[in-house]
Design a protein around this ligand. Structure first.
Ligand SMILES: Cc1ncc(COP(=O)(O)O)c(C=O)c1O
Length: 391
């Protein structure tokens, strides 16, 4: 038995990595005379596209907005079906419903938590118009197989890359050489954080053109064009759009965070490597399996417990971590088990792999500002709980 000493301070599950550089850029923006969507948002779009090697990046106020607009660019609506995973956040399916289309869930590959392409294949009907694969936790979906199915059935692929900035599939960045579009989140907990924010990325001119109109109220010109010297006050509404644009205070954070991406990722990867090594030695927990084709950005560290070897379940494991001052989260409660979706006819038991995964998972603290001492403490806390409750 190891000697575990409880620390006094709580280790939060997540903290944003904000330095003086982010603070200075926000203050400069506040003093610049332009705080709405303007030059910084345009610069962030340009630099984000360059970072991924993508043709277009459209800055929006959330990944939810990006996912919604991505589907709208394809005129997806009533009578259409869109296949996605239940192991995701609310937005992935709700944006399908917001288009008036029907979400069709396909179960996950239990090894990774990502949607299983063979389950997608089983769900394709003549009504299927699109697939929304989620690069869960920073793992990447098996894209070759997904695009093969898309080609075979003429389907649009809208990648939910909320977790996947920096992740790579077979060595290529997610978001690079897209055939459809990818949606990113810059919510406070993400690898690049602007508080709230998102980006829609595509190489296709038709998608970018329509998306730019949809995210800006359907306007032919945005405010920056109109209010700049020489700009015209005239505008037209070419279709009823949405108020989905990013603004410059968010973009100020985004620009600095993007410039610090490699530095922040280096630390994330070091912490994840430590967790992988140490949790690999504990039989009652299961570190994430990372397939050969994946370069993981480690947005989340999703540890699975092995309930067969423990006298406590996942919920109690979380209570025990909390009592030891370790913050956690759970990604995700499967969408089909939520009230709104049960009302639409789904029920528990529909997606056994997602449900089995859900019953075992705990997201542990993982962020660049964690100290080595905190990382070691989280490892020791998990080990202590396993020792105490091992069968
Ligand atoms: C997988 C996934 N998709 C979409 C979203 C929505 O992102 P946002 O909060 O930026 O709208 C999230 C948010 O955490 C997410 O985890």
């Amino acid at each position: 038995m190891s000697q575990f000493i409880k620390r006094e301070n709580f280790i939060p599950y997540n903290l944003p990595d904000i330095t003086q550089a982010e603070i200075d850029e926000v203050v400069d923006t506040l003093r610049s005379g332009w705080i709405a969507k303007g030059p910084r948002t345009l610069k962030f779009e340009k630099e984000f596209a360059e970072y991924l090697g993508a043709k277009h990046a459209i800055a929006v106020n959330s990944c939810t907005a990006a996912l919604h607009v991505s589907l709208l660019t394809q005129n997806i609506g009533p009578g259409d079906e869109v296949i996605t995973t239940p192991m995701t956040f609310a937005s992935t399916a709700s944006t399908i419903l917001h288009c008036g289309a029907k979400p069709v869930f396909a179960d996950i590959d239990y090894r990774t938590g990502c949607i299983d392409p063979e389950e997608i294949a089983k769900k394709i009907t003549p009504h299927t118009k699109a697939i929304v694969p989620v690069h869960y936790s920073g793992q990447v979906c098996d894209l070759d197989r997904i695009y093969e199915l898309a080609d075979e059935h003429n389907l649009y692929v809208s990648e939910d890359a909320a977790h996947a900035l920096w992740s790579r599939y077979k060595g290529r960045l997610i978001g690079n050489k897209l055939r459809g579009a990818a949606s990113y989140s810059f919510y406070a907990t993400k690898n690049l954080a602007t508080g709230d924010g998102g980006m829609l990325v595509t190489d296709r001119d038709d998608i970018a053109e329509r998306a730019r109109i949809l995210v800006g109220q359907g306007m032919s010109h945005n405010a920056w064009n109109r209010y700049a010297k020489g700009g015209s006050w005239k505008y037209d509404i070419v279709e009823p759009g949405y108020k989905y644009n990013m603004f410059d205070i968010q973009a100020a954070l985004g620009l600095v965070q993007l410039s610090r991406m490699e530095e922040m990722q280096t630390r994330r990867l070091a912490i994840a490597a430590r967790y992988q090594e140490e949790f690999g030695k504990i039989d009652a927990v299961e570190p994430p399996f990372v397939p050969e084709f994946t370069t993981h950005c480690w947005h989340l560290y999703v540890l699975r417990i092995v309930p067969e070897l423990l006298t406590i379940d996942r919920d109690q494991f979380i209570v025990e971590l909390n009592e030891r001052n370790v913050g956690t989260s759970v990604h995700f409660i499967p969408t089909h088990t939520m009230t709104a979706y049960q009302k639409l006819g789904w029920k528990e038991g529909d997606f056994p792999m997602a449900e089995k995964h859900f019953n075992r998972i705990i997201s542990l603290p993982l962020y660049p500002t964690m100290t080595d001492e905190q990382v070691q403490y989280v490892i020791d806390a998990v080990r202590d709980i396993v020792e105490k409750y091992h069968k």
